[in-house]
Write a protein that binds this ligand. Structure first.
Ligand SMILES: C[S@@+](CC[C@H](N)C(=O)[O-])C[C@H]1O[C@@H](n2cnc3c(N)ncnc32)[C@H](O)[C@@H]1O
Length: 260
């Protein structure tokens, strides 16, 4: 089953838990207070991200036109829409997008556009001065993720800032620097892990869809950014249950080379 189909299942079955995997966000526990907590977490996240953009990249930065890639139920689209002219939320799951649409309406926001994703971002048009993605790329196959990052860069306007988070390593491989100790070990682990999970599902069927965790090779990402004329970035480490990542912030300067 592709990760896309699995994410649509999350969107249909338990969208808020699919976004933040904490039991309180299961459908059955979604009280008004829990929903408020969910959206407050999004507002706090965006506030912090914009503060970091101003502190480390561009002191006068204001979001005008934004993209949130992998927007889920709109947790981060809503606070972005509250501070900008327009936000485009992109997601692979039509059910997630429907929920994001209902949420944007309930917050009285008319400046939100929601579009279904594909790896070429063929439905995304125009350029944006803020492109953001958080806890998304880890959940899709790496080659596809790299393609999407390349396409997102095409839509970043001169002077625009991109803030993108992705995972690069796993702390359960502490003895070998976050990775299995050989390429063979890595492949075997992926192969064996998938089969073991399938076997486990046969014996103890899981009610939940799959949620992959895929680490990226940062050297490939850095190559892409440098070849696109990015000269500096700010980065913070992330750690979600031992999935180690980086949250990169960088600005596309006017006159940056294109290509890559
Ligand atoms: C953990 S949720 C995060 C949602 C949102 N970024 C947030 O933090 O509130 C991951 C989201 O990525 C979406 N997603 C997964 N694979 C995707 C893909 N290939 N293209 C676009 N979105 C994808 C899922 O449908 C899901 O809504």
């Amino acid at each position: 089953m592709s990760t896309d189909a699995e994410w649509e299942k999350w969107g249909q079955k338990d969208p808020y838990f699919g976004v933040i995997t904490h039991d309180k966000f299961r459908n059955r526990n979604l009280s008004e207070d829990v929903r408020r907590e969910f959206f407050d977490s999004g507002r706090e996240h965006i506030q912090r991200v914009i503060e970091l953009c101003r502190k480390h990249i561009d002191t006068g930065f204001e979001v005008r036109r934004a993209v949130d890639f992998g927007c889920g139920t709109g947790r981060l689209v809503i606070p972005l829409a509250e501070i900008s002219e327009k936000v485009v939320g992109i997601d692979i799951s039509p059910s997630m997008l429907s929920e994001a649409g209902r949420n944007s309406e309930s917050f009285g926001l008319a400046n939100v556009e929601l579009i279904t994703s594909d790896d070429e971002l063929s439905k995304l048009s125009g350029s944006y001065n803020f492109i953001h993605s958080y806890i998304v790329f880890q959940h899709m196959p790496v080659q596809r993720g790299m393609r999407v990052i390349t396409r997102l860069l095409d839509h970043l306007e001169d002077g625009g800032i991109m803030a993108v988070q992705l995972t690069y390593s796993k702390n359960r491989f502490a003895a070998s620097g976050g990775y299995p100790s050989s390429e063979f070990g890595w492949r075997f682990m992926r192969w064996g892990y998938t089969r073991l999970r399938k076997l486990k599902n046969l014996v103890f069927p899981s009610k939940d869809p799959e949620m992959q965790m895929n680490p990226y090779q940062l050297n490939r990402l850095f190559y892409l950014l440098q070849s696109r004329g990015i000269r500096e970035f700010h980065s913070e480490f992330t750690d979600h249950g031992g999935e180690l990542g980086v949250f990169l912030y960088f600005q596309k300067k006017a006159g940056s080379e294109s290509g890559g």
